[in-house]
Ligand binder design. Structure first.
Ligand SMILES: Cc1ncc(COP(=O)(O)O)c(C=O)c1O
Length: 400
């Protein structure tokens, strides 16, 4: 009945988990919800004020499909200041979140039969968008005992004559891992030799906890600028998920193709959002630093609490706001045998909602969003530890 392209495309595991939590909450349970894929902070005051002013000034009509020039300009300036790369507004297009930037890229670049390489554990939208355009995702696994590091040889080894693109996400949802400049460089060089596109999902670029080199745009621009797409977003950096503002940075001809796609589908992103995003990108950045500092404190706390349990192993995330613990030592063939079972039982018994690793191509793991209050984190950690202890106290070596 429906188009073939939908046959293999899955819905969002995170949204399903959040809906389950909401069902329990409405039934009157005190649910601790760790499924959020978005900041719990309000949009900064000056950004909201710019949105309100836009309404009052009747800035409520269509804009150019690619967005208003002053915001595209401001994004160029932002990338110049932060990464030292020179852009023109003709290379920037505003999208309804980073999600639409990535989907525009998939639509414009990938044909049925093309292979597109990405790394796992992944944000599920990445492979699902590849499937939506009838191309084939090729997955390179990363390992928690290596900090979920992407290895250049593994990505390059996955290239075939059918490879059309490589999608890299850093900081990564769900692992919080970063891709090193030194890892990206040989991948880009291999792609450049073969004319393969690189799509870099940088939507969490302002949520990196330590001062580490992460100038991936420069690595790309120095080597392969004419086949590079960067997806950026105001959602996570500026607590603006509901406003829907992202952008693509791509060579001019590809940006024109995105403009055609968007012009015939959604047109411009909301005019009011554009004015608010202009204030976000070009105004004071204090709120970003305050939120980052708070996420860091929360990360350290929840990481410390959970890893105190000997059966829970967890890499400390370097970016984004998710913990991705390995709970496989708590699974057993005669009890909860998968992380999906674990997440379901945790929800039913302790009313803690997490997203099971299966949704990220990582069975045996849980994704815990720490974009929630310290009180909720403390309470949720207590419940998770109690639940873990109830499962395998003897094996896990927990004193009773
Ligand atoms: C890795 C990653 N990229 C991109 C996005 C896109 O977010 P938005 O469309 O709100 O910019 C998300 C959202 O969760 C994400 O996790």
């Amino acid at each position: 009945m429906f188009a073939q392209r939908l046959a293999n495309v899955a819905g969002s595991a995170t949204l399903k988990a959040a809906a389950e939590a909401e069902r329990l909450r409405r039934a009157g349970f005190n649910v601790v919800d760790f499924t959020a894929g978005e900041p719990d902070f309000p949009t900064p005051h000056h950004v909201k004020a710019a949105g309100k002013a836009a309404i009052d000034a009747n800035f409520t009509r269509y804009t150019a499909a690619a967005g208003i020039p002053e915001l595209r300009e401001a994004i160029c300036t932002w990338y110049k200041v932060h990464y030292g790369i020179d852009l023109t507004p003709a290379e920037v297009l505003l999208t309804a979140g980073g999600k639409q930037a990535l989907f525009n890229a998939a639509l414009a670049l990938f044909d049925p039969g093309d292979e597109v390489i990405t790394h796992a554990p992944y944000w599920p939208t990445i492979p699902e968008q590849i499937k939506l355009v009838s191309a084939t995702p090729v997955i390179v696994q990363t390992r928690s005992d290596e900090g979920f590091a992407v290895h250049a040889e593994a990505v390059i080894g996955a290239i075939t004559p059918r490879t059309k693109g490589i999608i890299i996400n850093s900081p990564c949802n769900p692992t919080g891992a970063l891709v090193d400049e030194a890892t990206l460089a040989p991948i880009v060089e291999a792609a450049a030799k073969r004319g393969i596109w690189i799509v870099l999902d940088l939507c969490y670029e302002q949520l990196i906890y330590d001062e580490v080199p992460h100038n991936l745009p420069k690595v790309l621009f120095d080597r392969h600028r004419d086949r590079t797409v960067i997806a950026g977003s105001a959602s996570k950096s500026y607590a603006m998920t509901g406003w829907r503002c992202g952008w693509s940075i791509a060579p001019k001809p590809l940006t024109s193709a995105f403009n055609t796609i968007q012009g015939q589908t959604t047109s411009n992103i909301t005019s009011i959002t554009q004015k608010a995003a202009l204030a976000a990108v070009s105004g004071p950045q204090d709120a970003v630093h305050v939120m980052l500092a708070e996420y860091r404190t929360r990360r350290d706390a929840i990481h410390g609490w959970l890893t105190a349990h000997p059966a829970i192993k967890c890499v400390k995330p370097k970016g984004a706001f998710y913990l991705f613990p390995d709970i496989s030592a708590l699974l057993s063939s005669d009890g909860l045998s998968t992380s999906a079972d674990f997440a379901q039982a945790l929800l039913e018994q302790e009313h803690v909602a997490v997203t099971a690793g299966e949704g990220f191509d990582a069975p045996g793991y849980l994704r815990i969003s720490y974009a929630t209050s310290m009180e909720q984190l403390r309470e949720g950690a207590t419940r998770i530890l109690r639940f873990a202890e109830s499962l395998r106290p003897a094996k896990a070596g927990v004193a009773r």
